[in-house]
Every structure is written in structure tokens, then in C-alpha cells.
Write a protein of this length. Sequence first.
Length: 116
Amino acid sequence: MQNKQAITILAALAQESRLAVYRLLIEHAPEGLAASAIAEQLGLPNATLSFHLKELSHAGLVSSRQSGRFIYYAPVIEVMNDLIGYLTDHCCSQSGGSCAPAKRVAGAGKRRPASA
């Protein structure tokens, strides 16, 4: 992964509604959700959701597929794994410390309703 791709991905996630959409899709991986279900669960207007899905798709974080009259969106987990690998590639290389994951704080990561 190159710096520019990492910045594009991080910029796409640096918005409350897009982050909420991505986290919701992760919960429903690998199949994903119909756009209408995403809008309903997050309380986003269709036009707003469409804009945010376009940004996530442009960053490579989500894919879409048509099934009948519905469009389903799913997370591209490999892209997030690549980003995490890129960000942690040299973890602890200068300090000699441990790169073991920290314990998760209770309640951390609970999804809140998105705002437009």
C-alpha cells in the first residue's frame, strides 16, 4: 500500500456517517446489506447515503452488487487488513516494545446513530 491510498482510505472514514456505514457493513460481512436497509438502520436520507457509499467505494472500502431491484453493499475486508498492516508495519521496531493488541475497553466501539 502506498501513502496516497492510505490517506484516501483514512479520509473516507474520517466522517461520522461514513464510519457508521462502514462499521454497520462490517457487522453484516461478508454478504453486506441493501442500501435501503443501511439507510433505515442509520437514519440517513437516501441521497446522503448514496454520497457516502460513493466515497467509501472510491476508497476501495466497499463493493456493490445488484440483486433484482436492490443494490447490496459489502465491506472489502482485505483493504482494511492492508491498511492496518501498512500502519503497523514497523510497530515497535525502534523501541523493542511489544506489539500485542491492547485489551478492549468495555463499551468501546459501540455503534451510535449517525448524523448526516
